[in-house]
Design a protein around this ligand. Structure first.
Ligand code: ATP
Ligand code: MG
Length: 395
């Protein structure tokens, strides 16, 4: 449980404190803000304190020798410490114009203005690292106590300024298992069509981060379904699939977001492409999809070997799915046993190579690959045949 009064102080790392002291000594206001303040109030470890300051990005870059302008147009400069760890320092800012995707910001505003543009009350608490004062104009502390997510200000307006906040809302709700304030929830649903205007990269990052950090990935998927985000962004995902499947998705959480997305969709390749996933991620989903419906009988070691040879890299993802769906008891141990025994599963594992075959008189060209595959076929049935002499004799 969270206490109703603020702690006397927060454990700010020395390197962050040094940055704060320098800004303060130069006459600038400086406060700790954002996720680390929230997490520490929830007794969750988080050393990644962001600083907000009245100094302009230019002043920050002048004041510190080593800086990286990570997002200067939004006021963010990273200050590097002696071990090259970046510490983000962001100038107090307010939004001047917003279009639901990007914001143009202005500097020269107060801490209170800066807190007012933050998304949820629990993310809008500031702590002074030197005087240990607290600023909490929207009662974020009270909402932490109530385990409640509530937009700062008018929720509909805040979502229309940046629709990504709707997805952040779902992520924080599933991560902390917090309820959503009724007005905030109603506005999220009413404005969900705006999610279509977001960039695929931002949506994917939210989706993946949400699935990874959720206390229950199944709950996150339910929330995305309820708000309408699944239908807009996870192509081929039928609402019906999600109903009653919270438990399966929870079981899949350890397999990661790509596997969950592939499991949810009837067309995983299209789903991952729409989310602008990497080629490696799309390939992983393609394999899952291609082999999803052929799960072997785990008691027959030959069948398991043949299946492993066929599905290749998809094996462990398919095992995770079969386990989550409870469709194949014993498959994981059978697969682990086969993999640990080191039995040959690919032509590269054979005791003979293409060169050996040529030396034995097999003509160069397609015949080599064909022959290797036929030898593998024999070895998959009987791994004891995988020695040079036996295989060459078989030729
Ligand atoms: P975490 O890093 O654990 O995901 P966080 O709260 O630190 O959570 P960040 O994305 O790192 O999230 O953002 C830091 C802070 O910036 C947030 O706590 C919030 O105050 C503010 N913020 C971030 N994104 C938005 C946004 N889209 N709209 C309004 N405020 C935001
Ligand atoms: Mg953060």
């Amino acid at each position: 449980m969270v206490s109703t009064s603020f702690p006397v102080s927060l454990p700010i790392p020395d390197q962050v404190l040094a940055v704060a002291q320098r800004l303060d000594a130069s006459g600038h206001a400086v406060w700790c803000v954002g996720g680390a303040v929230r997490d520490n109030l929830l007794n969750l470890a988080n050393n990644d304190f962001d600083l907000a300051t009245s100094a302009t990005p230019q002043q920050v870059m002048t004041l510190f020798k080593r800086t990286v302008p990570v997002g200067v147009e939004h006021g963010t400069v990273a200050v590097l410490d002696d071990s090259n760890t970046p510490h983000e320092v962001t100038t107090f800012r307010k939004d001047v114009t917003t279009d639901g995707r990007h914001a143009v910001v202005a500097f020269g505003v107060t801490l209170e203005d800066d807190l007012a543009r933050r998304d949820f009350t629990i993310n809008a608490i500031a702590y002074h690292p030197l005087t240990h004062e607290w600023k909490d104009p929207f009662d974020g502390q009270g909402d932490l106590d109530r385990q409640l997510l509530r937009a700062v200000g008018d929720p509909a307006k805040r979502f229309q300024e940046d629709y990504l906040r709707i997805l952040r809302l779902l992520r924080f709700s599933a991560r902390f298992d917090f309820t959503i304030d009724p007005a905030t929830w109603a506005a999220a649903k009413a404005n969900a069509s705006g999610l279509a205007h977001l960039s695929a990269e931002r949506v994917r990052d939210e989706w993946f981060k949400g699935l990874v950090t959720a206390r229950s990935a199944g709950r996150l998927v339910e929330l995305w379904g309820e708000v309408g985000a699944l239908g807009l962004w996870v192509q081929g995902c039928k609402g019906a699939k999600v109903q009653g499947c919270k438990g399966v998705i929870d079981e899949l959480q350890a397999a990661g977001p790509v596997v969950i997305t592939a499991w949810l969709s009837d067309d995983p390749i299209a789903a991952l492409k729409k989310l602008k996933c990497s080629n490696a991620e799309i390939e992983r989903a393609r394999r899952i999809h291609a082999f999803r419906d052929i799960i072997p009988q785990p008691r027959n070691a030959t069948v398991v070997r043949r299946w492993l040879a066929k599905v290749g890299d998809a094996a462990l993802d398919l095992v995770a799915i079969a386990e989550a769906e409870q469709t194949s008891a014993g498959l994981r141990s059978a697969v682990n046993a086969a993999l640990a025994s080191g039995v040959p599963l690919t032509v590269a594992d054979l005791a003979v190579s293409g060169d050996d075959l040529m030396a034995a008189g097999v003509p160069k060209g397609p015949k080599i690959g064909e022959t290797l595959r036929r030898l593998l076929d024999i070895v998959l049935d009987d791994p004891s045949k995988n020695d040079r002499e036996t295989l060459l004799a078989l030729l």
